[in-house]
Design a protein around this ligand. Structure first.
Ligand code: AMP
Length: 631
């Protein structure tokens, strides 16, 4: 029998939506089977696998511990502290149960929030899985964020408890977490009752009496604890994950339990082609969505071992990732184009130093994959390089090429495009002004998704349904569709090409940042009158943030002040948000009505034509920027 064309398979996932996902639901264990596959009756909200009860931790850990207790589940490698640890499914279950017991003993119950501010250590994964086990909602905040970012997330999540550690480490440098956390709690309105501290012995820290708990001590106390998985209705929130938007206010992407588990299970098989018992290696961080979906939940739900790595791609040398692939026989690997561009600065011979025969494919996501980078790594590794496009909001790939669907034709990869719409996503390309669907080749529009979003995508914005509806579903005139806020084109064969964001979100080394958040932070500096931050193309990081600052007293402009403003951002938001440059100007380019012409600023900074400037109030503003940049 000839294989089904992928386009037909994709069409079936939409036209026979419920039958399609009912089959996929069989990939996970349910305590009570779903009564309804999709309740799409209240757009734009969607409820998947209604009435079914299940548990993410049961599916990720217990069901494998029951059948293959000795198989590897979590492999932790830190080149920062020179340690490696391997946990079998049985050992992982014991760790998670002990941590779940600690949370329960502190009064954390179903629906309570637990904020996790951790480096890449096994306890971070234990904490996430322990929350999932008891029905608490975890909210992981990336360890690279500093006190002000953290405080705003604490106030939004209102956690009962925070799990943290003394320090992380990056490139051999210790990064103390505890002082940032203490300062964040001081700044926040909400004061969590307890902070569970993992002491790695890296940086000494102060303990707050009556609030800070010692993980090692509680671990001993709860050794051997048995904590059953709570059976949760499929639509119960499992976690929130903050992401950047166009305002400085954090936006908590909220996900469910059942839909997420099913979507991940299907993607692990069909998109990533992983097999139970093998090892999956994602170089991301648990603070990002890739870390949630493809370091912790996806591989484990699929019965794979997951390799969790604390370290950089170049320490002790630029072959370290490949040495791990060889040592742990990694079959599927996931990274970001930036990591590859970092490696590309080193000798390509390093790609050949290790035996990579176990590796079947390298998946790259998070930012555009440029052709030279794709070619370099494909030639060096000799395995398929698979670009995949998605967002914190979608939870799993929206555009890619799925090569492992039995009986379905594999869509070939095409350089420059992440691929075609994945099953379950009703993807549209729309005219931004009119909302009209663009069906011809090479037309530029906004990439959107029709209701309902597939399983695994966000349910809402935490605590703010109105923001969910207004932000995502009302931005395109005359249409109630989900906007990705990405520009795209499609070629004659249906491959989609991503052209960048339609909003003020920038992407630095695969990290999503809101320029408004950085602006709000910088304008808090006493010397400044006004600031504009734009993302500017960068060879290594994809984009970097550049700040254009107007001083209260122009005479104060100096390299020292530039350094001080950068430090200010470091301390408040974290190094990820630090602008690559702060340029002092006396005027920002604005329209006569006072609207900042961000895009013109960005174009000039990238040496491009700024386009129509008829609305520009004072042309000397852009002239000044040009002069500064070309100095
Ligand atoms: P995040 O929510 O942090 O995963 O960021 C999502 C955004 O990153 C998307 O809206 C895109 O702008 C960008 N992005 C993610 N993956 C890709 C990709 N494969 N190609 C181009 N842009 C991407």
């Amino acid at each position: 029998m000839s294989p089904t064309a992928y386009a037909d398979f994709h069409a079936r996932s939409l036209t026979e939506r419920d039958a399609f996902w009912a089959e996929q639901a069989k990939r996970i264990d349910w305590q009570t089977p779903p009564q309804q596959i999709c309740d799409a009756s209240q757009p734009p909200f969607a409820r998947w696998f209604v009435g079914g009860t299940t548990n993410l931790c049961h599916n990720a850990v217990d069901r494998h511990a029951a059948t293959r207790p000795g198989d590897r589940a979590l492999i932790w490698v830190s080149t920062e502290v020179g340690q490696e640890k391997v946990y079998s499914f049985a050992q992982l279950q014991a760790e998670v149960e002990a941590m779940a017991a600690m949370l329960l003993a502190q009064g954390v119950g179903p629906g309570d929030r637990v904020l996790i501010y951790m480096p890449m250590i096994p306890e971070a994964a234990f904490a996430m899985l322990a929350c999932a086990r008891i029905g608490a909602i975890h909210s992981v905040v990336f360890g690279g964020f500093a006190s002000v970012s953290l405080a705003s997330r604490i106030d939004d999540a209102v956690p009962t408890l925070i799990v943290s550690a003394d320090a992380g480490s990056r490139g051999g440098k210790r990064v103390a977490y505890k002082p940032l956390l203490d300062e964040a709690i001081t700044l926040a309105q909400h004061k969590p009752a307890a902070v569970l501290m993992v002491d790695r012995g890296l940086v000494p820290f102060e303990r707050v009496a009556g609030r800070d708990l010692d993980y090692a001590e509680l671990r001993r106390r709860h050794d051997g604890a048995r904590v059953p998985c709570a059976w949760l209705e499929s639509n119960t929130p499992s976690y929130t994950l903050y992401t950047s938007g166009t305002t400085g206010r954090p936006k908590g992407v909220q996900r469910d339990v059942g839909g997420y588990a099913v979507a991940l299970a299907a993607s692990m098989d069909w998109i990533f082609g992983g097999k139970p018992g093998e090892t999956y290696f994602s170089t991301s961080d648990i603070g990002w969505v890739v870390g949630h979906s493809y370091i912790v939940y996806g591989p484990l739900i699929h019965g794979m071992a997951t390799l969790m790595y604390e370290g950089t791609p170049v320490n002790p040398d630029a072959a370290v990732l490949w040495s791990l692939v060889e040592k742990y026989q990694v079959t599927v690997m996931f990274s970001a184009p930036t990591a590859v561009r970092v490696l590309k600065k080193h000798d390509a011979v390093l790609l050949k130093r290790h035996d990579l025969s176990s590796l079947r494919a390298l998946f790259l996501a998070g930012e555009p994959l440029d052709e030279p980078t794709a070619r370099w790594i494909a030639e060096g590794l000799g395995v398929p390089i698979i670009d995949n496009y998605w967002q914190t909001e979608t939870g799993w790939p929206l555009l890619t090429v799925a090569h492992h669907i039995p009986g379905v034709e594999a869509v070939p990869t095409r350089l420059g495009s992440p691929g075609v719409p994945m099953y379950g996503y009703d993807v549209k390309l729309l005219d931004e002004q009119t909302g009209v669907e663009l069906t011809g080749p090479d037309q530029k529009g906004v990439l959107a998704i029709a209701h309902p979003l597939p399983p695994g995508a966000l349910q809402t914005v935490w605590g703010d349904d109105a923001r969910f509806v207004n932000t995502y579903w009302r931005s395109i005139p005359g249409r109630e569709v989900y906007s990705t806020f990405d520009w795209a084109t499609r070629d004659a064969d249906g491959y989609t090409f991503i052209l960048g964001r339609t909003d003020d979100v920038i992407n630095v080394a695969g990290h999503r940042l809101g320029t408004r958040e950085i602006e709000e932070c910088i304008s808090g500096h006493a010397a400044l009158a006004e600031v504009a931050v734009v993302g500017v193309a960068d060879q290594l990081k994809g984009q970097v943030a550049i700040a254009f600052a107007v001083l209260r007293d122009a005479a104060l402009a100096s390299p020292a002040l530039e350094g001080e403003i950068m430090k200010h951002v470091d301390a408040q938001l974290g190094a990820v948000a630090r602008p690559a440059r702060v340029l002092f100007v006396t005027l920002l380019p604005k329209t006569r009505s006072g609207k900042l012409l961000r895009r013109a600023l960005q174009a000039v900074a990238e040496g491009r034509d700024p386009g129509d400037l008829t609305t520009l109030d004072d042309p000397s503003a852009l002239a000044q920027v040009k002069t500064l940049l070309h100095k």
